[in-house]
Design a binder for this molecule. Structure first.
Ligand SMILES: Cc1ncc(COP(=O)(O)O)c(C=O)c1O
Length: 385
Protein backbone atom coordinates (compact mmCIF):
# COMPACT_ATOMS: atom_id res chain seq x y z
CA UNK A 1 0.00 0.00 0.00
CA UNK A 2 1.33 3.41 -0.97
CA UNK A 3 1.99 5.40 2.19
CA UNK A 4 3.37 8.58 0.61
CA UNK A 5 0.28 10.71 1.27
CA UNK A 6 -0.10 9.40 4.80
CA UNK A 7 3.55 10.14 5.59
CA UNK A 8 3.27 13.60 4.08
CA UNK A 9 0.31 14.48 6.29
CA UNK A 10 1.92 13.06 9.42
CA UNK A 11 5.14 14.95 8.75
CA UNK A 12 3.45 18.23 7.87
CA UNK A 13 4.01 20.50 10.84
CA UNK A 14 0.76 22.27 9.96
CA UNK A 15 -1.19 19.10 10.75
CA UNK A 16 -2.88 19.78 14.06
CA UNK A 17 -2.91 17.19 16.81
CA UNK A 18 -4.63 15.14 17.84
CA UNK A 19 -5.51 13.97 14.34
CA UNK A 20 -6.99 10.81 12.88
CA UNK A 21 -5.72 10.36 9.34
CA UNK A 22 -7.80 7.84 7.39
CA UNK A 23 -6.71 6.42 4.04
CA UNK A 24 -9.75 5.51 1.95
CA UNK A 25 -7.63 3.48 -0.46
CA UNK A 26 -7.04 1.05 2.40
CA UNK A 27 -10.77 0.85 3.17
CA UNK A 28 -11.57 0.15 -0.49
CA UNK A 29 -8.84 -2.45 -0.75
CA UNK A 30 -9.97 -4.18 2.45
CA UNK A 31 -13.58 -4.17 1.27
CA UNK A 32 -12.56 -5.95 -1.93
CA UNK A 33 -10.56 -8.49 0.06
CA UNK A 34 -13.70 -9.27 2.09
CA UNK A 35 -15.72 -9.58 -1.14
CA UNK A 36 -13.22 -12.03 -2.60
CA UNK A 37 -12.73 -14.05 0.58
CA UNK A 38 -16.48 -14.51 1.17
CA UNK A 39 -18.01 -14.96 -2.30
CA UNK A 40 -21.67 -14.05 -2.38
CA UNK A 41 -21.77 -12.80 1.21
CA UNK A 42 -23.34 -9.48 2.21
CA UNK A 43 -20.87 -7.09 3.78
CA UNK A 44 -22.82 -5.01 6.28
CA UNK A 45 -20.33 -2.59 7.81
CA UNK A 46 -20.81 -2.24 11.58
CA UNK A 47 -20.87 1.55 11.61
CA UNK A 48 -20.21 1.70 15.35
CA UNK A 49 -16.52 1.23 14.49
CA UNK A 50 -16.40 4.58 12.75
CA UNK A 51 -19.61 6.30 11.71
CA UNK A 52 -17.94 9.15 9.88
CA UNK A 53 -20.30 9.90 6.98
CA UNK A 54 -17.49 9.69 4.46
CA UNK A 55 -16.70 6.15 5.54
CA UNK A 56 -20.35 5.09 5.62
CA UNK A 57 -20.91 6.58 2.17
CA UNK A 58 -17.80 4.87 0.84
CA UNK A 59 -19.14 1.48 1.95
CA UNK A 60 -22.53 2.18 0.39
CA UNK A 61 -20.87 3.21 -2.88
CA UNK A 62 -18.82 0.02 -2.85
CA UNK A 63 -22.11 -1.89 -2.74
CA UNK A 64 -22.07 -2.76 0.96
CA UNK A 65 -24.83 -2.63 3.54
CA UNK A 66 -24.74 -1.08 6.99
CA UNK A 67 -25.28 -2.58 10.43
CA UNK A 68 -26.69 0.01 12.81
CA UNK A 69 -27.45 0.16 16.53
CA UNK A 70 -29.36 3.40 17.11
CA UNK A 71 -31.69 6.00 15.65
CA UNK A 72 -28.80 8.37 15.02
CA UNK A 73 -26.95 5.69 13.07
CA UNK A 74 -30.11 4.96 11.08
CA UNK A 75 -30.55 8.63 10.20
CA UNK A 76 -26.97 8.88 9.08
CA UNK A 77 -27.21 5.66 7.08
CA UNK A 78 -30.17 7.08 5.17
CA UNK A 79 -28.41 10.42 4.71
CA UNK A 80 -25.41 8.78 3.05
CA UNK A 81 -27.66 6.96 0.61
CA UNK A 82 -28.21 3.51 2.10
CA UNK A 83 -31.61 2.03 1.35
CA UNK A 84 -33.56 0.32 4.12
CA UNK A 85 -33.17 -3.00 2.33
CA UNK A 86 -29.39 -2.78 2.84
CA UNK A 87 -29.57 -1.91 6.54
CA UNK A 88 -29.81 -4.35 9.43
CA UNK A 89 -29.79 -3.76 13.17
CA UNK A 90 -27.90 -6.23 15.35
CA UNK A 91 -28.32 -4.35 18.60
CA UNK A 92 -30.43 -6.65 20.81
CA UNK A 93 -31.91 -3.69 22.72
CA UNK A 94 -33.90 -1.10 20.76
CA UNK A 95 -36.24 1.61 21.92
CA UNK A 96 -39.78 2.02 20.51
CA UNK A 97 -39.00 5.15 18.49
CA UNK A 98 -36.05 3.47 16.83
CA UNK A 99 -38.10 0.36 16.05
CA UNK A 100 -40.91 2.37 14.49
CA UNK A 101 -38.48 4.46 12.47
CA UNK A 102 -36.65 1.37 11.23
CA UNK A 103 -39.90 -0.12 10.05
CA UNK A 104 -40.78 3.12 8.32
CA UNK A 105 -37.45 3.17 6.54
CA UNK A 106 -37.84 -0.46 5.40
CA UNK A 107 -34.85 -1.75 7.37
CA UNK A 108 -34.37 -5.36 6.32
CA UNK A 109 -34.30 -7.07 9.71
CA UNK A 110 -33.31 -6.70 13.35
CA UNK A 111 -32.00 -8.97 16.05
CA UNK A 112 -33.74 -10.20 19.21
CA UNK A 113 -32.38 -12.17 22.14
CA UNK A 114 -35.07 -12.00 24.84
CA UNK A 115 -38.81 -12.51 25.15
CA UNK A 116 -39.18 -8.85 26.13
CA UNK A 117 -37.47 -7.74 22.95
CA UNK A 118 -39.63 -10.02 20.80
CA UNK A 119 -42.72 -8.46 22.39
CA UNK A 120 -41.34 -4.96 21.87
CA UNK A 121 -40.50 -5.56 18.21
CA UNK A 122 -43.93 -7.11 17.62
CA UNK A 123 -45.58 -4.06 19.18
CA UNK A 124 -43.57 -1.24 17.61
CA UNK A 125 -42.45 -2.79 14.31
CA UNK A 126 -45.18 -5.39 13.65
CA UNK A 127 -44.50 -8.04 11.04
CA UNK A 128 -40.74 -7.35 10.92
CA UNK A 129 -38.11 -9.88 9.99
CA UNK A 130 -36.12 -10.91 13.05
CA UNK A 131 -33.05 -13.01 13.73
CA UNK A 132 -31.88 -14.38 17.05
CA UNK A 133 -28.44 -13.76 18.52
CA UNK A 134 -26.72 -16.90 19.72
CA UNK A 135 -24.19 -16.79 22.54
CA UNK A 136 -20.91 -18.27 21.27
CA UNK A 137 -17.37 -18.82 22.49
CA UNK A 138 -15.40 -15.54 22.61
CA UNK A 139 -12.12 -16.91 24.01
CA UNK A 140 -9.23 -16.04 21.72
CA UNK A 141 -10.56 -12.58 21.00
CA UNK A 142 -8.73 -9.57 22.42
CA UNK A 143 -11.97 -7.83 23.41
CA UNK A 144 -14.53 -10.55 24.27
CA UNK A 145 -18.15 -9.41 24.00
CA UNK A 146 -19.68 -12.49 25.66
CA UNK A 147 -22.15 -12.25 28.51
CA UNK A 148 -24.10 -9.11 27.72
CA UNK A 149 -25.97 -10.55 24.73
CA UNK A 150 -26.95 -13.83 23.16
CA UNK A 151 -28.91 -16.97 24.07
CA UNK A 152 -28.39 -20.72 23.94
CA UNK A 153 -29.89 -22.91 21.22
CA UNK A 154 -32.99 -23.97 23.15
CA UNK A 155 -33.83 -20.37 24.03
CA UNK A 156 -33.29 -19.38 20.41
CA UNK A 157 -35.86 -21.97 19.34
CA UNK A 158 -38.36 -20.66 21.89
CA UNK A 159 -37.79 -17.10 20.62
CA UNK A 160 -38.42 -18.20 17.02
CA UNK A 161 -41.71 -19.75 18.14
CA UNK A 162 -42.69 -16.68 20.13
CA UNK A 163 -41.80 -14.35 17.25
CA UNK A 164 -43.96 -16.37 14.87
CA UNK A 165 -46.88 -16.39 17.31
CA UNK A 166 -46.67 -12.61 17.55
CA UNK A 167 -46.70 -12.14 13.80
CA UNK A 168 -43.00 -11.51 13.23
CA UNK A 169 -40.95 -13.31 10.54
CA UNK A 170 -38.05 -15.28 12.05
CA UNK A 171 -35.35 -15.51 9.38
CA UNK A 172 -32.18 -16.77 11.02
CA UNK A 173 -29.35 -16.33 13.47
CA UNK A 174 -26.47 -14.04 14.31
CA UNK A 175 -23.50 -14.26 16.64
CA UNK A 176 -20.34 -12.35 17.51
CA UNK A 177 -17.08 -14.18 18.22
CA UNK A 178 -15.51 -11.21 20.07
CA UNK A 179 -13.62 -8.24 18.69
CA UNK A 180 -10.10 -8.62 17.29
CA UNK A 181 -10.68 -12.37 17.22
CA UNK A 182 -7.45 -14.26 16.65
CA UNK A 183 -9.00 -17.74 16.71
CA UNK A 184 -10.55 -18.84 13.40
CA UNK A 185 -12.11 -21.86 15.15
CA UNK A 186 -14.51 -19.46 16.91
CA UNK A 187 -16.34 -18.78 13.64
CA UNK A 188 -16.29 -22.43 12.65
CA UNK A 189 -17.66 -23.64 16.01
CA UNK A 190 -20.29 -20.91 16.03
CA UNK A 191 -21.43 -21.93 12.54
CA UNK A 192 -21.65 -25.56 13.65
CA UNK A 193 -23.85 -24.52 16.59
CA UNK A 194 -25.93 -22.32 14.26
CA UNK A 195 -26.47 -25.21 11.87
CA UNK A 196 -27.74 -27.41 14.72
CA UNK A 197 -30.23 -24.76 15.81
CA UNK A 198 -31.37 -24.14 12.23
CA UNK A 199 -32.08 -27.84 11.70
CA UNK A 200 -34.13 -28.01 14.89
CA UNK A 201 -35.94 -24.84 13.90
CA UNK A 202 -36.80 -26.39 10.54
CA UNK A 203 -38.40 -29.32 12.37
CA UNK A 204 -40.62 -26.76 14.12
CA UNK A 205 -41.66 -25.35 10.76
CA UNK A 206 -39.37 -22.31 10.58
CA UNK A 207 -37.84 -21.35 7.24
CA UNK A 208 -34.45 -19.88 8.18
CA UNK A 209 -32.08 -18.56 5.53
CA UNK A 210 -30.16 -15.73 7.23
CA UNK A 211 -26.77 -16.49 8.83
CA UNK A 212 -25.01 -13.47 10.27
CA UNK A 213 -21.46 -14.20 11.46
CA UNK A 214 -21.03 -10.74 13.00
CA UNK A 215 -17.72 -8.93 13.30
CA UNK A 216 -14.52 -9.80 15.10
CA UNK A 217 -12.25 -9.72 12.03
CA UNK A 218 -8.91 -8.50 13.36
CA UNK A 219 -6.97 -5.45 12.26
CA UNK A 220 -3.54 -6.13 10.97
CA UNK A 221 -0.55 -5.12 13.03
CA UNK A 222 -1.40 -6.10 16.53
CA UNK A 223 1.62 -6.72 18.78
CA UNK A 224 3.19 -9.29 16.48
CA UNK A 225 0.38 -11.68 17.35
CA UNK A 226 -0.57 -14.27 14.78
CA UNK A 227 -3.30 -12.34 13.01
CA UNK A 228 -5.51 -14.54 10.82
CA UNK A 229 -6.04 -12.81 7.49
CA UNK A 230 -9.43 -12.10 5.96
CA UNK A 231 -8.55 -14.76 3.39
CA UNK A 232 -7.81 -17.43 6.02
CA UNK A 233 -11.02 -16.66 7.88
CA UNK A 234 -12.89 -16.69 4.58
CA UNK A 235 -11.68 -20.18 3.65
CA UNK A 236 -12.63 -21.59 7.06
CA UNK A 237 -16.01 -19.83 7.17
CA UNK A 238 -17.05 -20.77 3.64
CA UNK A 239 -16.14 -24.40 4.35
CA UNK A 240 -18.06 -24.35 7.65
CA UNK A 241 -21.11 -22.87 5.93
CA UNK A 242 -20.98 -25.69 3.37
CA UNK A 243 -20.47 -28.31 6.08
CA UNK A 244 -22.90 -27.19 8.75
CA UNK A 245 -25.56 -24.78 7.51
CA UNK A 246 -28.64 -26.46 6.03
CA UNK A 247 -28.90 -25.83 2.30
CA UNK A 248 -31.41 -23.14 1.32
CA UNK A 249 -32.06 -21.62 -2.12
CA UNK A 250 -32.02 -18.10 -0.65
CA UNK A 251 -29.26 -18.53 1.89
CA UNK A 252 -27.94 -15.12 3.00
CA UNK A 253 -24.50 -15.07 4.60
CA UNK A 254 -23.98 -11.76 6.40
CA UNK A 255 -20.70 -10.28 7.65
CA UNK A 256 -20.63 -7.29 9.99
CA UNK A 257 -16.99 -6.21 9.98
CA UNK A 258 -16.22 -3.09 11.98
CA UNK A 259 -12.57 -3.06 13.03
CA UNK A 260 -11.65 -5.51 10.25
CA UNK A 261 -12.88 -3.14 7.57
CA UNK A 262 -11.60 0.22 8.83
CA UNK A 263 -9.08 -0.44 11.62
CA UNK A 264 -6.00 -0.59 9.38
CA UNK A 265 -6.97 2.54 7.48
CA UNK A 266 -6.33 5.04 10.27
CA UNK A 267 -3.35 6.46 12.09
CA UNK A 268 -3.83 8.69 15.09
CA UNK A 269 -1.21 11.30 15.77
CA UNK A 270 -0.85 12.87 19.22
CA UNK A 271 1.69 15.30 20.57
CA UNK A 272 3.71 15.00 23.76
CA UNK A 273 2.55 17.99 25.83
CA UNK A 274 4.19 17.13 29.15
CA UNK A 275 6.81 14.87 30.73
CA UNK A 276 7.17 14.01 34.44
CA UNK A 277 9.39 11.66 36.42
CA UNK A 278 7.32 9.94 39.11
CA UNK A 279 9.40 7.47 41.13
CA UNK A 280 10.97 5.15 38.61
CA UNK A 281 8.33 5.91 35.97
CA UNK A 282 8.66 8.47 33.23
CA UNK A 283 5.24 9.76 32.27
CA UNK A 284 4.48 11.22 28.88
CA UNK A 285 1.31 13.32 28.70
CA UNK A 286 -0.27 13.40 25.24
CA UNK A 287 -2.98 15.59 23.76
CA UNK A 288 -5.04 12.42 23.10
CA UNK A 289 -6.10 10.04 25.85
CA UNK A 290 -8.79 7.58 26.83
CA UNK A 291 -11.55 10.17 26.67
CA UNK A 292 -10.68 11.89 23.41
CA UNK A 293 -9.74 9.07 21.06
CA UNK A 294 -7.97 6.21 22.81
CA UNK A 295 -10.81 4.68 24.85
CA UNK A 296 -10.04 1.13 23.79
CA UNK A 297 -6.76 1.22 25.68
CA UNK A 298 -8.84 1.60 28.85
CA UNK A 299 -10.72 -1.57 27.90
CA UNK A 300 -7.47 -3.53 27.86
CA UNK A 301 -6.55 -3.14 24.21
CA UNK A 302 -2.84 -2.26 24.23
CA UNK A 303 -2.04 0.23 21.48
CA UNK A 304 0.59 -0.17 18.80
CA UNK A 305 2.43 3.13 18.89
CA UNK A 306 5.64 4.64 17.59
CA UNK A 307 7.44 7.99 17.62
CA UNK A 308 7.27 9.99 14.41
CA UNK A 309 10.81 10.05 13.01
CA UNK A 310 12.14 8.44 16.20
CA UNK A 311 14.42 6.00 14.38
CA UNK A 312 17.95 5.78 15.74
CA UNK A 313 17.20 7.28 19.15
CA UNK A 314 17.94 5.30 22.34
CA UNK A 315 15.00 3.31 23.66
CA UNK A 316 13.33 4.27 26.96
CA UNK A 317 10.41 2.95 29.02
CA UNK A 318 7.41 5.26 29.31
CA UNK A 319 3.93 5.42 30.75
CA UNK A 320 1.59 7.24 28.36
CA UNK A 321 -1.30 9.32 29.67
CA UNK A 322 -3.94 11.56 28.18
CA UNK A 323 -4.35 15.26 28.86
CA UNK A 324 -7.36 15.16 31.20
CA UNK A 325 -7.34 15.52 34.98
CA UNK A 326 -8.75 12.05 35.52
CA UNK A 327 -6.33 9.45 36.88
CA UNK A 328 -7.89 6.70 34.78
CA UNK A 329 -6.72 8.54 31.68
CA UNK A 330 -3.70 6.26 31.16
CA UNK A 331 -3.12 4.84 27.70
CA UNK A 332 -0.21 2.43 28.27
CA UNK A 333 2.25 1.58 31.04
CA UNK A 334 5.94 0.78 30.77
CA UNK A 335 6.19 0.59 27.03
CA UNK A 336 9.43 0.98 25.10
CA UNK A 337 9.72 3.92 22.76
CA UNK A 338 12.53 5.93 21.24
CA UNK A 339 13.46 8.78 23.60
CA UNK A 340 11.10 11.74 23.23
CA UNK A 341 10.88 15.40 24.13
CA UNK A 342 7.93 17.70 24.58
CA UNK A 343 6.62 18.55 21.11
CA UNK A 344 7.44 15.15 19.63
CA UNK A 345 4.60 13.37 17.92
CA UNK A 346 3.47 9.81 18.52
CA UNK A 347 1.59 7.76 15.95
CA UNK A 348 -0.90 5.05 16.93
CA UNK A 349 -1.49 2.57 14.10
CA UNK A 350 -4.65 0.54 13.37
CA UNK A 351 -6.59 3.52 14.73
CA UNK A 352 -9.40 3.65 12.17
CA UNK A 353 -11.89 1.85 14.43
CA UNK A 354 -13.27 2.72 17.86
CA UNK A 355 -11.20 5.87 18.28
CA UNK A 356 -12.96 9.07 17.17
CA UNK A 357 -16.25 7.22 17.38
CA UNK A 358 -15.76 6.71 21.11
CA UNK A 359 -14.32 10.15 21.77
CA UNK A 360 -15.70 12.98 23.90
CA UNK A 361 -14.24 16.40 24.56
CA UNK A 362 -14.04 15.80 28.34
CA UNK A 363 -12.23 18.62 30.15
CA UNK A 364 -12.41 20.61 26.93
CA UNK A 365 -9.74 18.59 25.14
CA UNK A 366 -10.77 18.24 21.50
CA UNK A 367 -11.38 14.95 19.76
CA UNK A 368 -8.91 14.22 16.96
CA UNK A 369 -9.43 16.06 13.70
CA UNK A 370 -10.60 13.63 11.01
CA UNK A 371 -8.31 13.93 7.97
CA UNK A 372 -9.49 11.83 5.00
CA UNK A 373 -7.03 10.80 2.30
CA UNK A 374 -7.91 9.59 -1.18
CA UNK A 375 -11.61 10.45 -1.04
CA UNK A 376 -13.60 11.40 -4.10
CA UNK A 377 -13.70 15.20 -4.28
CA UNK A 378 -17.47 15.47 -4.43
CA UNK A 379 -17.88 13.49 -1.20
CA UNK A 380 -15.17 15.55 0.40
CA UNK A 381 -16.98 18.79 -0.35
CA UNK A 382 -20.29 17.57 0.99
CA UNK A 383 -19.07 16.12 4.26
CA UNK A 384 -15.95 18.01 5.23
CA UNK A 385 -16.79 21.67 5.47
C1 LIG B 1 -23.55 -6.63 16.73
C2 LIG B 1 -22.16 -6.25 16.35
N1 LIG B 1 -21.77 -6.45 15.07
C3 LIG B 1 -20.54 -6.10 14.66
C4 LIG B 1 -19.65 -5.51 15.52
C5 LIG B 1 -18.31 -5.14 14.99
O1 LIG B 1 -17.32 -5.87 15.60
P1 LIG B 1 -15.81 -5.73 15.13
O2 LIG B 1 -15.45 -4.32 15.20
O3 LIG B 1 -15.08 -6.60 16.08
O4 LIG B 1 -15.75 -6.25 13.74
C6 LIG B 1 -19.99 -5.31 16.86
C7 LIG B 1 -19.05 -4.71 17.80
O5 LIG B 1 -19.30 -4.51 18.95
C8 LIG B 1 -21.30 -5.67 17.28
O6 LIG B 1 -21.71 -5.47 18.53
Amino acid sequence: MNTVRMDAVLNDTNTVTPALVVDFDIIRNTYHRFENAFPGAHIDYAVKANAHPLIMREVVELGGGLEIASLAELNRALEVGATGQRIICSNPIKNPTFLARMQNAGVYACVVDSTHEVEKVAKFAPGSRVYVRLAVDNTGSVLPLAGKFGVDGQTALALFDQARELGLQPIGLSFHVGSQCLKVANWVNALKASGDVMRQAAERGHDLYFVDIGGGFPAGHWHNAEIPSVEEIGVAVMQAVADYIPAHPNLMLILEPGRGLVGDSGKMMAEVVGIAQRGTDTWLYLDAGVFNGLMETYEGFPPVVGVLNGEGRPMRKYTLAGPSCDSCDVVARHIELPEVEIGDRLVFVDAGAYTNEYAAAFNGFPIPEFIPLNVEQIMFEVYVA
